[in-house]
Design a protein around this ligand. Sequence first.
Ligand code: 2IT
Length: 448
Amino acid sequence: MSSYVQDVIEAVKRKDPSEALFHQAVEEVLTTLKPVIDADPRYKKYAVLERMVEPERIITFRVPWLNDKGEMQVNRGYRVQFNSAIGPYKGGMRLHESVTLASLKFLGFEQTFKNSLTGLPMGGGKGGSDFDARGKSETEVMHFCQSFMSELYRHIGENTDVPAGDLGCGAREVGYMFGQYRKLANKFVGVFTGKGVSFGGSLIRPEATGFGVVYFAQEMLKLNKGEDFKDKVCIISGTGNVGIHTAQKLMELGAKVVGFNDYDGAVYDKDGLDQEKLAFLKNLVFVKRGSLREYVKKFTKAEFHEGKKTWFIPCYAAFPTACENELKDEDAATLIKNGVKLICEGANMPCTLGAVKQFQDAGVLYSPGKASNAGGVGVSGLEMTQNSIRLSWPAKKVDEELHNIMVHIHNSCVEAAKEYGMPGNYLAGANIAGFKKVAEAMIAQGLV
Ligand code: 2IT
């Protein structure tokens, strides 16, 4: 391997030895960039890689709030402003007990390449807190969000940094945070995306990541196998915003969605989802915030596998949409043994490095999240545009734009992979295409 790439990877590990997730993301991206770096000495001369792995700014802050019993609570808030070479920092807010600086650095790093791939002018950022809304009351969630924004509002802005939702941060939390920003900043601007439609949110934003995942997968199947999703057996991990809307779009295309899982376990429903089951699932997840155990009580032919993920279910295509490293080396082996043909990531880095390698070696079509899940942030970019011009576009227009964005990303990945002698390698294609745009902007703007 080129020693420049290797030196940068090793320096990252040495500097912050405890940040394993960040190391994994850096290693995954940088190793696939080797042919690009080798072909152009400017990247080393201008220290592009060293600068790319160092966030432009990290903000950490105390988030004090009162629970319903009147007891004082303290969480830690973060915003990692990773790279603004091609546009304002852009990326979600993760609210989950697993949140650490390392996880947000990994997500902000990935986001930089993802946002570049969309073709829209958005830099990369990510933020959040180790606060978990599960088990908290409405007022507790609101008080937390208000306290969080009381500090963050001074660091963000519609032309500086535009956060959005992520794991644990849905429309409700975005609404509370936006409200507090508007009050403190005394201006109504598109400083957040994923807002409610009545206050500047874009139609199709809730569906965008899941729909985009399927649009991307559709292009992969068409190009590589000359096929579509009709009657294809699919499984999904994660029943959040991304998972549910992935299922919805797959069903529209005639696929059979037979497996899905949440924190508690996996559902195996051999008959596949239908409209009634999907409506039940949406109500269970988005309104009742309940467990999938309820699904098998209602639809008794379906099986519930306590504590399991869906990977044991034989399928044509699998969609990991929950969280990082949810699909491990041994799960990849099981999926391959059961004949899987396509893995399309809806989450960020859900497959371990070893799992990805197995898929690629076995000739399974594989797309990394930074390409296939970019529809969410893509429509966030469209929300920013609508806010700037003070107009709201109809759902049909946004969905068409989303489709165009996903086809554009797909084709950019395919072309970049081909150009550097790795045809069919979507991981390399995504990293190379995302990298080159940001790198050119960084070189052109000098040492900043
Ligand atoms: O991981 C992601 O791309 C997101 N959480 C969406 C970010 C955004 O700004 O819409």
